[in-house]
Design a protein. Structure first.
Length: 291
């Protein structure tokens, strides 16, 4: 069995919430583990072959199909792997294996997305520099906010009605309306009411670093994600989320620095998707100033 739809990205743009919201619908089956990343796996890429199973949950078609074997015949099957938006092989893989699949990409303000990604790296200990020092154009978390080339790549390979591009702001501001739109897109009852009270995988800084470090260490145990029951993983995730306090707004001068880098790509995305993205071109004021 293979998926009928997949959420292809972007990173730090609500993919965890989409996974859980879709999973609430009685006529949608979502993989027990988020981010199997099957179509992003390149067996010819030595780095991929040497990566542990934490990054690529499945690497062959039989394993991937087994993720959907518990789906009922009346359910639409889906999975969430935000790495697909950036992968050099994912689109080609899907075109070959699931040519009629539907794809959803949730796009976030590039500066806000990059800052959220930076904070995640800071929490994990992968980053120690200040935001302005860490921001370099050759790092993945910086480039991951460039969407235009990826969008055009998918548009060139798939039919228009297979692709759905939505905005992270709409997911935050009115999740029920957006999910109704997405339910309609994948072909299930769009009137289903989703429980959106809990915000999944929020950003921020740990209140108790020792607790965050301990929970992060658990996630790195080989096989834990795949074989631990979902209710246990969800409980641990909620403990982690409650331990996060909102991060400070990125300094205005740093926002301006980052925005200069993303501006041309934002304008390209705006033109490609015919969306008004003028809000992405504005600097967010600190909390002690009027917005």
């Amino acid at each position: 069995m293979l998926p009928d739809f997949v959420v292809i990205g972007a990173f730090k743009a609500g993919s965890t919430s989409l996974h859980h919201y879709f999973g609430q619908h009685p006529n949608v089956f979502m993989t027990k583990v988020k981010e199997p990343n099957f179509f992003a796996f390149d067996p010819n890429n030595r780095a991929h072959a040497e990566m542990n199973r934490q990054q690529f949950m499945v690497s062959n078609l039989a394993e991937y199909e087994s993720l959907f074997e518990d789906a009922r015949v009346d359910q639409i099957k889906g999975e969430v792997s935000p790495y697909y938006l950036y992968s050099s092989v994912a689109a080609q893989g899907m075109k070959k294996v699931v040519p009629t699949i539907k794809m959803i990409a949730c796009l976030r303000n590039p500066v806000g997305r990059a800052y959220s990604h930076y904070l995640m790296r800071l929490r994990s200990g992968k980053e120690t520099k200040s935001p302005e020092e860490a921001f370099t154009e050759d790092t993945f978390w910086v480039k991951a906010s460039l969407y235009a080339d990826a969008i055009q790549n998918y548009q060139q390979m798939f039919c228009h009605d297979q692709l759905k591009f939505v905005l992270f702001d709409d997911l935050i501001d009115d999740p029920q309306t957006l999910m109704s739109e997405l339910f309609d897109f994948v072909g299930v009852d769009s009137n289903f009411q989703v429980n959106t009270e809990y915000r999944f995988n929020p950003g921020g800084t740990p209140k108790f670093p020792w607790l965050h470090d301990g929970l992060s260490a658990l996630k790195r145990i080989p096989g834990l994600r795949r074989y631990t029951p979902p209710f246990i993983r969800n409980r641990l995730a909620r403990i982690r989320d409650k331990n996060l306090a909102p991060a400070e707004v990125l300094a205005v001068d740093v926002q301006q620095q980052w925005l200069r880098y993303y501006r041309d790509d934002i304008l390209r995305v705006q033109d490609i998707l015919q969306l008004d993205l003028s809000c992405w071109l504005k600097v967010k004021a600190p909390r002690n100033q009027a917005i």
